[in-house]
Write a new protein. Structure first.
Length: 373
């Protein structure tokens, strides 16, 4: 039996797919590392995927067939504004409110103008979106239980906001049958363009759930402007993520969505519900409906006069002798008056599919039986 207060489920992380690597350089104050982007997915932390493409002669993988593991967007693509200090998360917000914060100190380099943040001892400042203790940030005072605003991309509310960066994690499953496993691979990105592109795709999906649909995850080279080590803006090209759902499935989802908006029934959903018969023992038995489904063409009856049954395209053209013979048969066989025989014959003749005399006799018997009842 599942625990009632634990509704969030987790999957195993199978590996990490990286978009770049770290390089080491010698600076005035010693060696330092900085991130460098690659023009393909780095799969050394996802060895199963790397081996799969290596066996097929593909060493630089720029496109992956993927699925999303969770039904909601937030669990597949989690993003925050974060400030880190020496490998420790000291502030995290969503652009509206700070969700988590711990004590830290800030300093600004007089020459470069860069903000440095250091972790400091003390109690947690903010947890689950509200202040835990009383504290001051840049002249703003917060009491326990108060919400702490997060400036997000504007980076102008608190001194440590200059060191704030976007951090997003995309969770994917491999769609290829040979790679599919019940777990996810993680891709981290700090690019605002990657975030906007992926979030735009997921929010436009015409479905309540985003898991189960095949996607193409690509690295695409695009022109952009960026800031170099010295803070100068430059033009160039970089590799960005693109997430595209399968076009055929997207068209089908939009077709269904449009039909619902216009109030048109889905042919599959418009089929009649089966009748339910509840006997005395209480067991529900489903009975197949005998009526044709909506929009179904009426089925014509067929003759039995030849080895190859042929559908009647038109009602039988009656002759006077056939009518007189059938009236006599009706009166003598069923022992009814001439008026009743004529009425029974009219019922038989106006029936669209009872065109032949043989079929008319069946209709007359049915008519007279109903009259007698």
């Amino acid at each position: 039996m599942p625990i009632r207060d634990r509704s969030r489920r987790r999957l195993v992380r199978l590996g990490i797919i990286r978009l770049g690597h770290l390089e080491e350089r010698q600076g005035k104050n010693g060696k330092y590392t900085f991130p460098v982007q690659d023009n393909h997915f780095l799969l050394h932390d996802a060895p199963e995927i790397e081996q799969f493409y290596h066996e097929r002669g593909i060493d630089k993988v720029r496109e992956l067939d993927v699925l999303l593991p969770f039904p909601d967007i937030e669990r597949n693509f989690d993003a925050w504004y974060q400030v880190w200090a020496g490998g420790v998360l000291v502030c995290q917000g969503d652009g509206e409110y700070v969700q988590y914060a711990t004590p830290f100190t800030c300093s600004v380099n007089a020459k470069s103008g860069r903000t440095s943040v250091r972790n400091a001892p003390g109690d947690t400042l903010v947890s689950n979106g509200t202040a835990e203790i009383a504290f001051d940030w840049n002249g703003a005072h917060f009491e326990p239980g108060e919400y702490v605003p997060c400036p997000g991309a504007s980076q102008d509310a608190y001194p440590h906001c200059k060191a704030c960066r976007l951090s997003a994690l995309l969770k994917i499953m491999m769609a290829d049958p040979e790679l599919f496993r019940f777990g996810y691979y993680q891709i981290a990105t700090g690019s605002t363009r990657n975030y906007d592109t992926i979030m735009g795709t997921l929010e436009m999906m015409p479905a309540e759930r985003v898991n189960g649909y095949p996607f193409k995850l690509r690295l695409v080279e695009e022109p952009t402007t960026y800031q170099d080590e010295n803070g100068q803006r430059k033009k160039g090209t970089k590799w960005f993520l693109q997430l595209e759902p399968d076009p055929a499935i997207t068209r089908e989802l939009y077709r269904r969505q449009t039909s619902r908006m216009l109030g048109q029934p889905d042919p599959v959903a418009a089929l009649p519900e089966p009748e339910r018969h509840v006997p005395e023992d209480g067991e529900i038995v489903y009975v197949e409906p005998t009526a044709p489904p909506p929009f179904a063409e009426p089925q014509a009856e067929y003759t039995n006069g030849s080895e190859e049954d042929e559908f009647l395209a038109e009602p039988h053209q009656w002759t006077e002798s056939e009518a007189a013979e059938l009236i006599g048969w009706t009166r003598n066989t069923l022992v009814i008056t001439d008026a009743d025989a004529l009425k029974a014959l009219d019922v038989a003749k106006i029936s669209e599919y009872a065109g032949t005399p043989e079929m008319a006799r069946e209709r007359i018997n049915e008519y007279v039986a109903k009259q007698a009842a």
